[in-house]
Ligand binder design. Structure first.
Ligand code: GLY
Length: 436
């Protein structure tokens, strides 16, 4: 089979890495890819929003399956364009991708189908927003309706934050048309977890649980990022909670989307808050794999990923399909550029990847990297590399990933060392050791 993967991040590198191990995959293309992906696939100079060019390529090269990584091409209708040409694609169509593409749509959908989610109001003016803050109280959360590259969510704790958020959303209008409508949501506290399921329009197959850490600094301090690392299993979701999430959230979501004439195929990533460590509330839906959750999850996947992606794309999983996972844990540590998620410099030479991967169980996935004019590997993004590690027990995997991260060198390298601290405490309470 010929597979085209769309995207250029660490998530897409992990997808290409896993698909390259499938006995049925003969050739992989990636658009646009990155230097790490280029070691496993043919990279193409086509951007993720070049919908017609991507479909033209898939048609011309007789690609058997296109796997769409990021949300933007999904909301722009890449899957619809491919389907129109009778080409198979993994991911939701434009109508189903609205679950992530519009927070106003997804909140109304959750209300309609009785899916637990924090109370919220939709505002289009500053005056409406001021009233909503009064009604909901502080703290609350401002969310831009449309896609904002992970930056459209602002937590408002006090009156000073409120004034800043009002200025950002309604004065400066920094989110452009994505901020035409703003959702103001009651803030709930607890443990945030990522729950990903593969869907074929009717059925959901849960993937291994995972957790990511979004704040840039140790101790969960500093601004939110796309994710600074994570681990699988998540530890915060036990078997009973996973069942509850499936019954109360995932199944009604799939039924509701089918009823709305938007059957959901692809990966549904539910971002949840476990309030008081217990009851799950949906904070957001994503319609694609999490990054870096995918990296720590896929290194644990025992079986071939391809049949699951094909089943989802065709609208029917094979009978008895159920992904199998290695008993070992997975961890991921993101190496970011100094300044990220704010402005950062590019073009810093990268060294030490071979040292890092020399140790058994360590994998390095490229994200924001590029080749300089003289062929050297250099930084080219905010999240530069992801060091993933698989080992017996979560503490072992986390320590191995941090050791790998230490071996890689570039100017301004930053990474978190504290991920999994609370997860380890929970494990110690549960099992008397940190090893499971
Ligand atoms: N790690 C968060 C995300 O993929 O949205």
């Amino acid at each position: 089979m010929r597979v085209l993967v769309v995207g250029s991040g660490g998530r897409e590198h992990a997808l290409v890495w896993k698909l390259a191990q499938s006995p049925d995959v003969k050739e992989i293309f990636c658009a646009p890819g990155n230097p790490g992906i280029a070691q496993l696939a043919t990279c193409l100079p086509i951007g993720v929003t070049d919908i017609v060019e991507l479909a033209d390529f898939a048609e011309k090269m007789k690609v058997d399956l296109t796997v769409v990584g990021p949300e933007l091409p999904l909301t722009l209708g890449l899957v619809d364009e491919l389907s129109k040409r009778r080409l198979l694609a993994f991911g939701p169509n434009k109508l189903a991708a609205e679950l992530e593409g519009s927070k106003v749509f997804s909140k109304a959908f959750m209300r309609k189908y009785d899916i637990p989610t924090p109370e919220a109001e939709v505002c289009t003016t500053r005056a409406e927003a001021e009233n909503a803050v009064k009604t909901l109280g502080l703290p609350c959360v401002f969310k831009a309706d449309g896609l904002a590259a992970g930056k459209g969510v602002v937590i408002v704790r006090d009156e000073a934050d409120r004034d800043k958020a009002l200025k950002l959303f309604f004065g400066e209008r920094v989110f452009g048309s994505a901020g035409d409508r703003v959702l103001i949501e009651r803030c709930i506290s607890g443990d945030e977890v990522s729950f990903m399921v593969l869907c074929d329009g009717e059925r959901a197959l849960p993937l291994a649980t995972a957790k990511d850490y979004k704040r840039v600094f140790d101790g969960d301090r500093g601004p939110n990022t796309g994710g600074m690392g994570g681990h699988s299993p998540s530890v915060f979701v036990d078997a009973a909670t996973a069942r509850e999430i499936l019954i109360d959230i995932v199944n009604p979501t799939l039924r509701g989307m089918a009823e709305e004439g938007r059957p959901f195929r692809g990966v549904l990533y539910v971002g949840l808050m476990l309030e008081n460590g217990m009851k799950p509330y949906v904070l957001e839906y994503n319609v694609r794999f999490g990054d870096p959750e995918t990296q720590c999850m896929l290194i644990r996947m025992e079986d071939d990923l391809l049949p699951y992606l094909l089943g989802s794309a065709r609208g029917k999983f094979e009978e008895g399909a159920k992904p199998a996972w290695k008993k070992e844990a997975g961890a991921a540590v993101v190496l970011s550029a100094e300044g990220y998620p704010g402005p950062f410099e590019r073009g810093k030479p990268i060294e030490g990847i071979e040292d890092a991967t020399a140790e058994d169980g360590v994998f390095v996935f490229h994200a924001g990297t590029a080749k300089s004019a003289d062929g050297k590997l250099v930084t080219a993004g905010g999240r530069v590399l992801v060091v993933a590690a698989r080992a017996r027990g979560l503490s072992g995997a986390l320590a191995l990933a941090v050791r790998g991260a230490e071996k890689i060198r570039f100017d301004g390298k930053h990474f978190r060392r504290d991920m999994g601290t609370k997860a380890m405490e929970i494990l110690r309470e549960r099992t008397g050791s940190g090893l499971s």
